[in-house]
Design a protein around this ligand. Sequence first.
Ligand SMILES: [Ca+2]
Ligand SMILES: [Ca+2]
Ligand SMILES: [Ca+2]
Length: 365
Amino acid sequence: MKAALLAASFLLLLLGLSPAVFSVPAGDSGANPELLVYPKPEQFIGEWYDFSWSPTGDRIAAVANDYLLVMNADGTGAHALAHSEAVTRVLGWRSICWSPDGSKIIASNDYHIYIMNADGTNQIRIIEDYAWNPALSSDGTRIVFSKDWSGSELWIMNVNGSDSHLLLSSADTPFESNTLVFAYQAWSPDDSKIALLIRDWESGLTSLWVVNADGTNVTQILPGWKSFDIDSIQWSPDGKSILYASFAEEARGTCVINADRTNRTLLIPDGSYAAWSPDGTKIIFYYNPTIFLRDTYGNPLFSPGDYEIYLLDLQKPYVFPPDSDADGLPDLWELNHSLNPLNATDAQADSDNDGLSNLEEYTQT
Ligand SMILES: [Ca+2]
Ligand SMILES: [Ca+2]
Ligand SMILES: [Ca+2]
């Protein structure tokens, strides 16, 4: 591809045009990670979270602001399937699951669980009245979900509506508490286990647990951290580890931990919500490099438009902070200085005519 770019630049020179107008398209610079959605469609500028990659690998679902959206896996074609009127983001669109064949999406909104076609048509409430945070088993047959207005119960049912029953309650051993919330669930790829994110609204701590799919053998994986300091858990396609967004000050970014509790790793510094590709080789993530504040409920406060969606290829070397056009200027620095994070030629330009190139300005500050 580099040869093609050089040839194109040479052609531009022959034509008497400056090669500086030549923009490097996303995906061709060799940078890793790389901006996936840029610029973001106007409707979705703001906060993105809760990514979910379709099992067929070709599409990604996400929540952006109040929208449930789907886009192609190359970042193109983002379009809204549904809007939420819920008062807080925790009660808005959340916990997006795909059917194994990629034809249906299940997600919760405003205390109801919906199923819809993957194009957004035919939206049906399948579980009503204080049901949220669904997780669909990998074989597509069972749903676990939080129940009760506070989420103090974990229920399971067949997708056809049969055999709905309580799996765990906050009063059960080892919790023995009436202040716990089942805040997020994720099935292991072989459907033998369920990872649980549990919040204690009295102590303000969030912890990660794993339980057998029959409700036995409840095991703590991560200790309690401050409320909302971890979110959006997902099992790796190989079943070995669990991905989560960490907002904790000591390890802020997208993290993984082995399901046997070993090897907790900050995989993506300043990453947050993320999802594995079905083959486990890539991760889409939301990059959030600023130190953020919290609202009165402990939710992170984001300022719209500052953060971007990236793709990380786990099979290639990667560096942070992201520099998508590999011109030596990190993407965020370029965005903050009105440069183009997908055009490598601006590093040598002197935008403010002070005799220093943009790259010199970056390296000297
Ligand atoms: Ca750059
Ligand atoms: Ca650039
Ligand atoms: Ca300059």
